[in-house]
Design a binder for this molecule. Sequence first.
Ligand code: HEC
Ligand code: HEC
Ligand code: HEC
Ligand code: HEC
Length: 243
Amino acid sequence: MKHPITYILAILLMFAFYSSAVVAASYEGRQKCSSCHKAQGKSWRSTAHAKAMDSLKAGEREEAKVKAGLDPKKDYTKDKDCVGCHVDGYGEKGGYTIDRPRRQLAAVGCESCHGPGRKYRGEHRKGGQAFERNGTTTERSRLVSRGQDYEFEEACKACHLNYEGSGWAGNKPPYTPFTPEVDAKYTFKFDDMVRDAGAMHEHFKLDGAFVGEPEFKFHKEFQASAAVDEEKGSGDDDDDDDD
Ligand code: HEC
Ligand code: HEC
Ligand code: HEC
Ligand code: HEC
């Protein structure tokens, strides 16, 4: 070995390359999630997040647009300064693109909050089957290692607090035009807004196939008041696509 340091660096670089390659999960669209989680899918469809793409159309939300200094007659649905926060995974692997827009990624869908689903959804099927068969539970940390996101507050902030002076450290353009300076109602308050039935899907009782940390801070509260999903089925997890 001529230069042990070079070898160490090479190994570290390889490690960094492979670990990032493993972590970079891909977006797929909400039809996968909704095929198993029908109740959440149905509930989500009536939320403000599900209609986020409509708001970018000409003639929609005219009053709000004028107040924010936008042109109410303009179509913003193909504007790269807008779509990023109104769709799933813009600029990310498998995410929404302006050139080849996929309906199943348009609007703020499942993967915007729960993370890109390509790798963890298979774990849901397996974990659900193991639980059904013999009560075996699966650690949530396994889902996290496959790209599932439990940092809900960070996910929200990336859209809701992405403007200059928001206090959110990650902010970078394009910024949201709808800031508290435009109207105080655009102030983001996580603890209230994550309970807002107008924007969040309803919660349904889980069997408890997944356990352990990270457990979302309101998980027990949400489950305690959750509805029972009457139609819960095994769903299908094949690769069909209704786009
Ligand atoms: C093949 C069916 C299937 C697919 C596809 C699927 N899931 Fe699941 N999911 C399950 C099962 C089964 C559970 C465990 C339910 C239980 O404990 O009652 C689960 C649990 C969950 C949970 C709760 C996890 C926890 O911490 O307890 C969330 C959130 C979730 N799924 C979201 C999603 C999202 C988002 C997608 C799409 C990217 C998705 N699921 C795709 C079957 C599926
Ligand atoms: C990908 C970007 C994005 C993410 C992530 C996101 N939101 Fe939103 N949110 C939006 C957009 C865009 C709207 C406006 C939808 C519309 O009316 O067109 C919105 C609307 C809302 C509203 C309704 C506001 C009102 O005026 O009534 C609430 C409440 C809300 N979001 C809460 C949350 C919470 C809580 C989270 C995280 C758990 C979250 N959002 C994650 C983009 C996002
Ligand atoms: C950094 C993320 C982000 C970008 C970029 C963004 N938006 Fe939004 N947009 C949001 C969020 C978050 C909300 C919800 C705000 C709320 O109600 O608290 C929203 C809400 C809206 C609404 C509904 C406002 C209302 O009160 O009804 C319209 C219309 C809208 N955006 C249009 C646009 C247009 C047009 C652009 C581009 C010029 C744009 N957005 C760029 C995040 C963004
Ligand atoms: C704006 C953010 C957001 C979006 C969009 C979203 N979820 Fe959730 N979801 C949450 C939060 C927050 C929880 C509560 C997590 C907990 O209790 O551990 C949750 C919980 C769940 C659960 C656990 C059981 C329950 O009902 O609480 C499932 C399953 C789930 N979501 C599926 C979906 C599916 C499917 C979609 C898309 C159709 C979706 N989610 C869209 C934020 C979101």
